[in-house]
Write a protein that binds this ligand. Sequence first.
Ligand SMILES: [Fe+2]
Length: 614
Amino acid sequence: MTSSAISWFNPSTPLTTRRPSLFANSGYFSAMANPSCRKPNVKTISCSVHATPPPASLLFPKQKTHTFQPSIQTPTLSCGNAGGEEQGPSSPPHHQSWNLLQRAIAFALDAVEGVIISHEKKHPLPKTADPRVQIAGNYAPVPEQPVHHSLPVSGEIPCCIRGAYVRNGANPLHEPAGGHHLFDGDGMIHSVSFSGDGSASYACRFTETHRLVQERAMGRPIFPKVVGELHGRTGIARLLLFYARGLFGLLDHTRGIGVANAGLVYFNRRLLAMSEEDLPYHVRLTPSGDLETVGRYDFDGQLESNSSMIAHPKIDPSSKDLFSLSYNVINKPYLKYLRFSPEGRKLADVEIPLPVPTMIHDFAITERYVVIPDQQVVFSLGDLVRGGSPVVYDKTKMSRLGVLVKAAADASGIRWIDVPDCFCFHVWNAWEEPENDEIVVIGSCMTPPDSIFNESNEKLRSVLSEIRLNMRIGESTRRPIMAEADQMNLEAGMVNRNRLGRKTRFAYLALAEPWPKVSGFAKVDLSTGVVRKYVYGEKRFGGEPQFLPRTPETTEEDDGYILAFVHDEKEWKSELQIIDAMTLNLEATIELPSRVPYGLHGTFIRAEDLQMQA
Ligand SMILES: [Fe+2]
């Protein structure tokens, strides 16, 4: 699930995409509720910003002192490519080591920042940037949790579930000083481990990004927030402030500015946490079920330190190759296609020609091709300079999908096919139908496209759709998969990833109703449009459903389980539910020791893979 102008901190770094404001219209705020199963250590903060409806205050947890020691240290403080070493957290610039000039400059820049914040507080924040909206209720952050073993279980955990379900999310360490969008939060991974004997354990940890480490040392946010702050002239002022602090050694932005809060993939013996404005971070699950950050991962020096990778890479279930994209909002090439062998060797680095920098959050693979969206949500520095959002909906641009052979060495063979007025933020699957000379793409088409980035009064719709690309005549068709009477917002989910890129019958998608909350999930028959719903119940909400095949060799497409974090807003308790994907019967409920905020994307790592971790 995003906006971005953050790479304007560093012109050589791609601008991250603007994540959709899944929570933009959330007026919900439960300041009176207990944000944890156990009473959390919270402080009440008065806010002077305004929203509609404007909550009165914001609950924010007091984070414990962090004691994590990275298992792999890379002591380099140099700029540029780290030469293949994983860049583990290291000593950040700290005010105690500043010289007199730095202290004076820091004082002056802090004063400038104070003026910016005062100016911002004179103007109402849009809901997309109001922290009282964005991190209210169960969107609010939680403190880290060490491993809790032998959790209470109702029902029976299927013995075939062995390994760990990990889910990423945004969890700001510090109280926002100004604008904040949910997706600006620091990455935190929630992990439930299954031993196979019916027991389960839970832990949650921040991903130790270079940004987080520096801000923890400073005791406050110092990196501008991509979605919540970089708007208009104050956004430009914050960028300049950030540059100035970097110039005088008051912070280090040379090793990435990302929050690693969106996606998770297990590839080449590594769990990678990703957000698209930065390189991935390598996180390791310990034998006890805890999480530890190894470091920023540049694929052994194969990606430049100032580059980035989107948060939705794809692993081909047959070849085990990993495919991804990397984009730049300032400099050409605006887009690159990346491919890695199962051993992590970069096989392709193809420049994709785009006329303008475009937000591309997701893409698809088939057996032979990659399918790359080039849609109508674009980045515009001009709009930012004129006081607006840097992410805009360009109605004059034609949406199109590019089809490129996976093994392509360059983009000369890419085939662009127009798909008018189509904006799919996520693409769930794609496959080839050679009998029709068509490629079928399954995605959720959002309207209006810019409402997820900029405040809008128009109700957002996310329509599960089938797009057919006729490769013979170079034209497309698009249709809703469900009848209009059955229409509901479906966002966040997946198909059986053992069949990614192949024709799939089922998709498991979050029921984003009432938007942006997730009241359950839908099992959709993509061929008939028939939908079966699993609803969490009154005042109970969740997020992305995780489909786990019963075994890697399972032949029936829906033979497996859905894993889903569910939060009860009446009881203020969180749990993990395990549901049989064939019958939609609840198999087991695992009571969690603390609240799990509504989050973003996850994955499951089987026990055999965990044992092989790098
Ligand atoms: Fe996403």
